[in-house]
Design a protein around this ligand. Structure first.
Ligand SMILES: Nc1ncnc2c1ncn2[C@@H]1O[C@H](COP(=O)(O)OP(=O)(O)O)[C@@H](O)[C@H]1O
Ligand SMILES: [Mg+2]
Length: 207
């Protein structure tokens, strides 16, 4: 996966500056999570990278391709080579599992035989081959989430963007929350003080 770089990304909604010159890099082959309180701008950042939201200013690059910059470059979402799993999954209710997963291939005009093979491959990956003909309302929440993941992977994107997993068991969410409050937040504060002391500009994606 080519590196994703976000620099000086800013967004104001009304009188609220939601993103204030955000800078970060997602290195090749890495897994990065944005963690922060509700309303701090995680989804706005993610949707700006995905191409579903146009920020006020800044630059977003993916490898040597400029996805967005304030000079007017703004690549359409379908040309960004990214896979996106939406928070509410956004599955089409009138399409079967296989048809939902095939959609990104269809809009890229893949050959029918390639499309069928690829759909089977990704459905195997998420263990949903037996439900290929089912409609989303016939699936459990976890299965719908796996369809959304399969659809995001279908066209072989070089990076995958996913919002928070609502499918985590509550105990898991609670454990993560405890980890953040007890371990990560104090660490971030310490890091914050360290960085301030060294007068470096920083932005931490709270993991
Ligand atoms: N299209 C919009 N118009 C106005 N305000 C918005 C819009 N999108 C998001 N916001 C506001 O921007 C802030 C950040 O939203 P969001 O990025 O969804 O936060 P997060 O994902 O971190 O919870 C919130 O206060 C939200 O109400
Ligand atoms: Mg959000």
């Amino acid at each position: 996966m080519p590196e994703i770089t976000v620099s000086q990304l800013s967004q104001t909604f009304g009188s609220t500056k939601v993103l204030d010159e955000v800078d970060f890099t997602v290195p090749d082959g890495s897994f990065v999570t944005l963690l922060g309180p509700s309303g701090c701008g995680k989804t706005t950042t993610l949707m700006s990278i995905a191409g579903f939201h146009t920020p006020d200013t800044g630059t977003i690059t993916h490898g040597d391709r400029v996805l967005y910059d304030a000079a007017g470059r703004n690549l359409p979402a379908e040309q960004r080579d990214l896979g996106i799993v939406f928070q509410s999954y956004a599955l089409w209710p009138h399409l079967t599992v296989a048809q939902n997963v095939a959609f990104p291939l269809k809009i890229r005009r893949a050959r029918r035989v390639d499309m069928e093979r690829r759909v089977t491959d990704v459905l195997e990956l998420v263990e949903l081959v037996p439900r290929a003909g089912a409609y989303p309302h016939e699936l459990s929440g976890g299965q719908q989430q796996r369809v959304a993941l399969a659809r995001a992977l279908a066209h072989g994107p070089s990076a995958l963007l996913t919002p928070p997993s609502l499918g985590l068991p509550l105990a898991g969410v609670y454990a993560v929350w405890l980890f953040v409050v007890i371990v990560l937040y104090p660490l971030c504060k310490k890091y914050d003080r360290y960085k301030s002391a060294h007068k470096e500009k920083w932005w931490l994606s709270y993991l």
